[in-house]
Design a protein around this ligand. Structure first.
Ligand SMILES: [Zn+2]
Length: 432
């Protein structure tokens, strides 16, 4: 067809659109509603920082602001879910309990439909109560809660027609940080970590949210890797600095947002307990740790872009969620230091048969991610998040428990079965 013929069709179509009473064609894929909000949660004053016990003094600057972000989604029947991500070390139980109660009162959102996830940055504030620093913790928790409630309210108030799509890709900088327990003890490599042959989950699941325009308004993505590219002391011009940053996850979000105006990029940390980013800290003499964090951030952002350029599929159905607690008991081998059993949160959010988010509390080893993705994927893209809704320390699998080591506190061996069985139970219950 000649160019003039195409031009005629285009002009006629524009004329049809311009006639009063004849609306533009409705995008039938806009069956969801979505609202997004974001707020800075960088402490307003210098605070002690979380994650590295070696630090000798509080923060003294900001390399990058920390954010909390909320994504509200509503299906065709009016069922709503809110996902909150934060550039913080973890989600304290006290914060979760207070926020879920107020959100239920104000917005009639059941706790099972609220997910709180932390990026586990080791360059954020230490806001757990510490001896002599109780007021600092109380003040920051109050500040954080006010901001979380604000963005959750804003996201819900901004619900607009939206299209949801899913995709996934791969990203390779996470390596298993444990030593190789399969090698015989007399092998010189058996004591060395990281382990390039150890288990990893390099999957990058992505949920894309598009509003009525052509641009994306939100992207939720996940990766299983500790947010610890930076060491306790990040050197700038050889001067020790204690600066707040979101580490690689902060730079991944920043990269995506810088390239896509109007986008809110949200990082959901995965099962990262035994995964570290490499290289990191001062491993390469001619690269500053902050450059590694920015580099890994860009690498992860580009993996998200790769996912969105690859096999993108729609997310349909309705949203259903469940949150229950399982009891995790300790062996208490050291009778002098008894650790009580813990009520541990297991949350499953299903978007029909197309997408599933499993959200587990605290620092979960990667075995859970690999097992649950294998069990539940089917047609769905599956996110398996750790660092969600609670922060009680490391959660080992049965394998890691048998091996021992840093990520293996003395839970009873039933731990893996108890958590996985609960995930399956909730997932089956939510099938539609
Ligand atoms: Zn950790």
């Amino acid at each position: 067809m000649k160019t003039t013929a195409w031009l005629t069709i285009f002009v006629c179509w524009m004329a049809v659109l311009a006639v009063p009473g004849i609306a533009a064609p409705v995008d039938t894929n806009l069956v969801w509603k979505a609202g997004v909000a974001s707020v800075v949660i960088t402490p307003r004053t210098n605070m002690w920082m979380a994650g590295y016990a070696a630090r000798k003094k509080p923060s003294d600057g900001i390399a990058q602001d920390l954010f909390a972000k909320a994504l509200a989604l509503e299906d065709e029947k009016g069922s709503r879910v809110v996902i909150v991500t934060m550039d913080l070390i973890g989600v304290l139980q006290s914060v979760r309990q207070s926020v879920e109660k107020k959100v239920e009162e104000r917005h009639k959102l059941p706790p099972s439909y609220l997910l709180l996830n932390a990026s586990h940055t080791h360059c954020g504030p230490e806001y757990r109560p510490r001896s002599g620093r109780e007021q600092e913790s109380t003040d920051y928790q109050a500040f954080l809660e006010e901001r979380l409630l604000r963005i959750i309210g804003e996201a819900l108030s901004r619900l607009q027609p939206a299209k949801l799509q899913k995709a996934h890709a791969r990203c390779g900088f996470a390596m298993n940080r444990r030593r190789n327990y399969l090698l015989p003890a007399d092998d010189p490599n058996s004591k060395k970590a990281p382990n390039p042959d150890g288990f990893v989950d390099h999957d990058v699941p992505v949920l894309m949210v598009q509003g009525t325009g052509t641009n994306l308004i939100a992207v939720l993505f996940s990766y299983a890797c500790h947010n610890t590219t930076l060491s306790a002391v990040s050197m700038t011009n050889n001067i020790p600095r204690y600066e707040f940053t979101g580490d690689y996850a902060g730079y991944a979000q920043e990269t995506l947002q810088a390239g896509r105006p109007g986008l809110t990029a949200m990082f959901l940390n995965g099962c990262s307990a035994d995964q570290n980013p490499y290289p990191r800290h001062f491993m390469i003499p001619y690269v500053k740790p902050l450059e590694f964090a920015q580099h890994h951030g860009r690498t992860l952002a580009y993996s998200v872009e790769a996912a969105m350029a690859a096999h993108v599929r729609p997310v349909r159905g309705s949203v259903r969620a469940a949150l229950e607690y399982v009891t995790l008991e300790r062996e208490n081998k050291d009778s002098k230091k008894e650790t009580p059993s813990r009520q541990y949160p297991v949350q499953v959010i299903r978007f029909g048969d197309d997408l599933t988010i499993v959200a587990l509390g605290s620092e979960v080893v990667v075995d859970y991610s690999l097992r649950l993705k294998r069990d539940l994927s089917g047609k769905a893209i599956v996110f398996v998040a750790g660092y969600s809704n609670d922060y009680p320390g490391y959660i080992p699998s049965l394998r890691v428990l048998k091996e021992g080591g840093y990520e293996a506190p003395d839970y009873k061996p039933v731990i893996e079965d108890r958590i996985v069985t609960k995930v399956h139970e909730l997932h089956d219950r939510l099938s539609q």
